[in-house]
Design a protein around this ligand. Structure first.
Ligand code: TYD
Length: 136
């Protein structure tokens, strides 16, 4: 896969007929990193603020598999605000990207495909520490 920037959208292969759609992710073909973990945020309050951290090594793909939400990404002085609401589109989140997720619609489900297993030591949960590590 060509090099991807943070927040880049990846159109996932989707097979549709008159009864519905099926979207597939085969890691090496579709997203360019191995998936070691999948998790999803659901049953979300419209006031929920999720994320609010960065990861040192983790690469992720974030997909609004149901409903919609706003994904705010910051990386190296650049900020991107993404309105995610298409279950066939994933957003690429490389290491050292600060992310916040908010404005969840009713029934929203945020699926995350992750390159590594869960490791609390991989989190940077303080914005000041994150900015310092980015050399700002
Ligand atoms: P966290 O990553 O802080 O969620 P969010 O960024 O959406 O607010 O994780 C919330 C809780 O879930 C935290 O106690 C850690 C736990 N957790 C796991 O045990 N395994 C996982 O793979 C993830 C993503 C979280």
């Amino acid at each position: 896969m060509e090099n991807k920037n943070f927040g880049d959208s990846i159109q996932l292969r989707t097979f549709s007929d008159e009864f519905g759609s099926l979207t597939v992710v085969e890691p090496d073909i579709d997203i360019g990193f191995e998936i070691k973990r999948m998790y999803y945020l659901h049953s979300l309050s419209p006031e929920a603020l999720r994320g609010g951290h960065a990861h040192i090594k983790l690469t992720q793909l974030i997909v609004a598999i149901s409903g919609s939400f706003t994904l705010i990404l910051d990386r190296h002085h650049e900020s991107k605000t993404i309105e995610a609401g298409d279950p066939t589109v994933g957003y690429f989140v490389p290491p050292m990207t600060w992310r916040e997720i908010r404005n969840f619609s009713s029934g929203a489900v945020c699926m995350v495909l992750a390159s590594e297993r869960y490791d609390e030591d991989d989190y940077i949960r303080e914005k000041q520490k994150y900015l310092k590590l980015c050399g700002e």
